[in-house]
Design a protein around this ligand. Structure first.
Ligand SMILES: Cc1cc2nc3c(=O)[nH]c(=O)nc-3n(C[C@H](O)[C@H](O)[C@H](O)COP(=O)(O)O)c2cc1C
Length: 325
């Protein structure tokens, strides 16, 4: 079993300590486990530039490699090689540090289980070029993941989008989330080693993330030492509200029904909604289908308005001259 620790914090600081202690936990539980640790802070992981080269290449029968060559490839290879991932990122201004999002944007779409299988099915039916069997499908094999969000603030108010945002890393690849932990309070804890309970949770997270590799998804019990969260799928407490009693989990994209009982708020997510959460094949497939339909809607619009758009786009291409005229 290969267990990977990824830390987006400073070298030997809070994120490193928490991830490494989780890795010690995994090693205690599975002495034969191969452990790897990467600190990303000094790595260059540039942003996705939306060039579409990865999906275009896949649809032409090739691979879906990212054409930006930097340290991303090394991190991607390490994740692909891992059976279990323990990922920690510091909260910078309410959310995980920006480099984490750069990784998410480049990794997620290119490991989207539904999108890749959609192309491979088209290869099999002859609708798209390429050999379906040539694609290294083991890249999409099952992995387990746990997330640790690290913040300085004493309340979870200043880490409000930390833990939830970390869930964006693994859902396209349908990684099985074992645990998440909001390690806020670092500003007053001073060093995680001064909080035995926290270190204990990290060991438990490491053990459970590794143990879940050998389990079926349905048998993995989510480990949420700070609570099980409002959404029964991602276990986060964020909700999108729209003035009705129907709310949405912004991470899973599923609808729930809200009711109030005195001071208590209940949100019920039906089994049917849970089954279409973003991190399930059905949820991902909804999005694949939506995206694949864009061309049929947009192309006729563009063709019918070719001259108008050419004229209008001069305002954009010649913006500097036109705004100062
Ligand atoms: C630019 C910047 C913004 C930060 N914003 C927040 C914040 O919004 N909320 C919070 O709780 N901590 C915030 N912090 C504190 C870090 O999350 C905290 O110091 C954390 O321990 C850093 O991780 P590391 O020790 O592994 O490097 C911020 C730190 C920096 C440098």
């Amino acid at each position: 079993m290969k267990v990977l620790g990824l830390s987006f914090g400073k070298k030997n600081a809070n994120d490193d300590i928490l991830v490494k202690e989780a890795l010690y936990g995994a090693k205690e539980a599975f002495p034969d486990a191969e452990i790897k640790f990467i600190n990303t802070q000094r790595l260059t992981i540039d942003r996705c530039i939306g060039c579409g080269a990865c999906s275009a290449c896949l649809e032409k029968g090739g691979d879906n490699d990212c054409i930006i060559k930097d340290d991303y490839q090394m991190v991607e290879e390490a994740v692909r090689a891992a059976d279990a991932v323990i990922l920690a990122a510091p909260v910078y201004v309410l959310q995980p540090v920006g480099q984490f999002k750069n990784l998410v944007d480049r990794f997620g779409c290119r490991h989207d289980v539904s999108a890749i299988n959609w192309v491979l099915d088209k290869r099999r039916s002859g609708e798209m070029p390429g050999d379906a069997d040539a694609y290294p499908i083991e890249r999409l094999r099952r992995r387990t993941v746990s997330y640790i969000s690290v913040g300085g603030a004493t309340t979870d108010n200043w880490t409000s989008m930390g833990t939830a945002s970390l869930h964006l890393f693994g859902f396209p690849a349908m990684m099985k989330v074992v645990a998440n932990y909001n390690a806020n309070c670092m500003g007053t804890v001073a060093n995680p080693y001064l909080d035995e309970e926290l270190i204990g949770h990290m060991h438990e997270i490491g053990k459970r993330t590794a143990a879940a590799v050998n389990m079926e998804d349905k048998d993995v019990e989510f480990y949420g030492p700070k609570g099980m969260g409002t959404c029964p799928v991602c276990h986060q407490d964020l909700l999108m509200v729209n003035g009705t009693t129907t709310v949405q989990c912004p991470i899973c994209g599923i609808e729930g029904k809200l009711s109030v009982d005195g001071e208590k708020l209940n949100v019920e997510f039906s089994e049917a909604q849970q089954a279409r959460a973003r991190g399930t094949f059905a949820g991902l497939r909804e999005h694949t289908t939506e995206i694949q339909g864009f061309g049929a809607v947009c192309m006729p619009k563009i063709m019918a308005n070719k001259e108008l758009l050419e004229e209008k786009m001069k305002r954009i291409k010649n913006f500097d001259e036109m705004i100062n005229a």
